[in-house]
Design a protein around this ligand. Structure first.
Ligand SMILES: [Zn+2]
Length: 196
């Protein structure tokens, strides 16, 4: 995978409104153990390949003038506990953030969620960019989650390709949207025992 691949998927995340402002970050793990990661403080929709930060296997920046995302601890923690994955996609999709306040993972009672969405988990709020947040998410990834819903923050998906992590992100946010609107709809449906 190359910086150009990251740019392609960052623009798709942006186009689908899965990230906005300077939120969200993406990384891939290279064969040599190094990482390619998006920079700090930049909108993912406007990045160029030269903006992508390269870290060697020790986590040292190849270009000291570049600044990686402040969520780098989250990415490093995910790779540490999941040797099988090569991509991490962290986003702030609206419906996932809305649902995250419920303190649980959304129901998975649709075909899209039950057939194509990987294991999902929920984590309580911790300040962004902290190792505390990274460790909480890593615990769920270690338990086999592919998607972690982060309270009042967003979600993080891991995968074996950027396409896979992107699709998990998209599917999880759609499941959150369906769950939210289903709950709203239920308020208008006759309850058990009501006269029709
Ligand atoms: Zn974030």
């Amino acid at each position: 995978m190359t910086p150009d691949d990251i740019i392609v998927w960052c623009r798709r995340l942006w186009d689908r409104r899965l990230v906005m402002g300077t939120s969200g970050n993406v990384s891939v793990r290279l064969h040599d153990g190094g990482l390619l990661v998006t920079p700090s403080g930049r909108g993912l929709g406007y990045l160029e390949p030269r903006d992508i930060v390269r870290l060697d296997a020790n986590g040292t920046r190849c270009d000291p003038a570049q600044r990686p995302t402040s969520e780098l601890p989250l990415h490093l923690a995910a790779y540490r506990v999941r040797p099988d994955i090569t991509c991490v996609v962290h986003t702030h999709p609206t419906m996932s953030v809305v649902w995250s306040k419920s303190g649980s993972v959304f129901p998975r009672d649709t075909i899209g969620a039950s057939e194509s969405l990987g294991k999902c988990a929920w984590t309580p709020y911790r300040k962004n960019g902290t190792t505390e947040l990274a460790d909480l998410c890593a615990l769920e990834f270690e338990r086999g989650a592919d998607v972690v819903i982060m309270e009042r923050h967003g979600l993080t998906a891991v995968g074996h390709s950027l396409e896979e992590a992107f699709m998990q992100t998209e599917l999880a946010d759609e499941a959150a949207r369906i769950a939210y609107f289903s709950e709203q709809g239920n308020a208008f449906l006759p309850q058990k025992g009501d006269q029709l």
